[in-house]
Design a binder for this molecule. Structure first.
Ligand SMILES: Nc1ncnc2c1ncn2[C@@H]1O[C@H](COP(=O)(O)OP(=O)(O)OP(=O)(O)O)[C@@H](O)[C@H]1O
Ligand SMILES: [Mg+2]
Length: 336
């Protein structure tokens, strides 16, 4: 009998398969690196980020999947990092957040819109051959993160499609009969529906199962989500409102990003200035940090541009004696 063991160099082949397209389905995820990446973008939600990194490592390794890699429901107040987490996951796991497919479910509140957007118009209708904006990109590249924002606003038909997608890992365009595969995707649903009620219901609980049960009961009883949907979701996470120091950290991230957009580096921002920006933010946005980016732009963009015109690349910001913002070239050493 032929000895397959000797017919090729198996260890070398194994290595080669792992490094090729063939091996991509079973490639492992480095939990530590993933976690570091998620933590660099999502602040103040450590318990969630840690659990997500672990969950992804464990589900990524499954060889045979009939469902998405994982499906998450992210709950919590507006501006607490739900969409940011989805983007960070997409960036690390699939190479770019731009390939993330995002649907705003408030635009899917009628059955016609839901169907034509997701799986394409019915046969005979205009555009029925061009398929859905969910199914077609998935057929072209099934390795993606799919995000449904404000999922509670979706028409029940969307939930029917979600049930199929989450349950069978596939979705068929009725008009063309073509099927999109979701077994290599991650599905994220977000909602800030009844965030306050959910937060109250789980107050003081520290056991995850107990908390999850309370959330599931509340969401089902309030009619927000059908129990079948809840049953198909792998994990539910509740995002916390952000505390002041966390918002400060996010502000620094945003200042660094703004500077990067001008090709510049900010080495230091005086705490007085940060406090001033945070107070300005608090005044205009009672709910978190929606306005923070605009405020930081108003504070810092003008001076960054002026410095860039002088060919300065590294700057520091401090508050002058007259209370105005002073921007100075810095030696390029962070945290002076
Ligand atoms: N925990 C966080 N860590 C880092 N940045 C955050 C965090 N929360 C919010 N942000 C910043 O605020 C902006 C809005 O956050 P995000 O879009 O994630 O909010 P959301 O929770 O999805 O809110 P909504 O329910 O309104 O969609 C993002 O651009 C992000 O930069
Ligand atoms: Mg969001």
């Amino acid at each position: 009998m032929t000895d397959l063991n000797k017919m090729t160099d198996w260890s070398k082949l194994k290595e080669m398969v792992a490094g090729s397209e063939l091996g991509s389905k079973s490639r492992t995820v480095d939990e530590k690196l993933l976690l570091e990446h998620l933590q660099s973008r999502v602040k103040g939600q450590d318990h969630i980020v840690t659990d997500v990194a672990r969950l992804i490592r464990l589900s990524w390794e499954k060889q045979e999947r009939t469902r998405p890699i994982c499906s998450l429901l992210l709950l919590g107040p507006t501006g607490t990092g739900k969409t940011e987490l989805a983007k960070a996951m997409a960036e690390y796991l699939f190479g770019s957040e731009k390939d993330m497919l995002r649907f705003d479910c408030s635009e899917l509140s009628s059955p016609d819109m839901a169907k034509s957007r997701l799986t394409g118009s019915s046969a005979g209708f205009k555009d029925s051959e061009s398929g859905g904006q969910l199914t077609r990109p998935m057929m072209a590249n099934p390795r993606r993160l799919v995000l449904f924002d404000e999922v509670e606003k979706a028409h029940p038909l969307v939930f029917d499609l979600l049930l199929q997608l989450l349950g069978d890992g596939r979705l068929t365009e009725q008009s063309t009969g073509r099927t999109a595969d979701f077994t290599q995707s991650i599905v994220v649903l977000t909602s800030n529906a009844i965030a306050d009620q959910v937060a109250k219901a789980v107050e003081g609980m520290d056991d995850y199962r107990e908390m999850l049960n309370a959330i599931k009961t509340l969401l089902s009883e309030s009619g927000t989500f059908r129990p079948e949907i809840m049953g198909r979701i792998d994990k539910v996470y509740l995002f916390k409102p952000l505390e002041g120091m966390i918002v400060a950290e996010i502000a620094l991230l945003k200042i660094a990003r703004l500077a990067r957009e001008y090709g510049m580096t900010v080495d230091f921002v005086a705490p007085e200035l940060l406090l001033q920006a945070l107070e300005a933010n608090l005044k205009v946005s009672r709910f978190g940090i929606r306005e923070l980016e605009r405020i930081l732009f108003d504070f810092f963009a003008e001076q960054l541009v002026a410095m860039r015109e002088k060919k300065v690349t590294h700057v520091s910001f401090r508050r002058g004696d007259d209370g105005k913002i002073v921007c100075e070239p810095s030696a390029g050493k962070p945290g002076r």
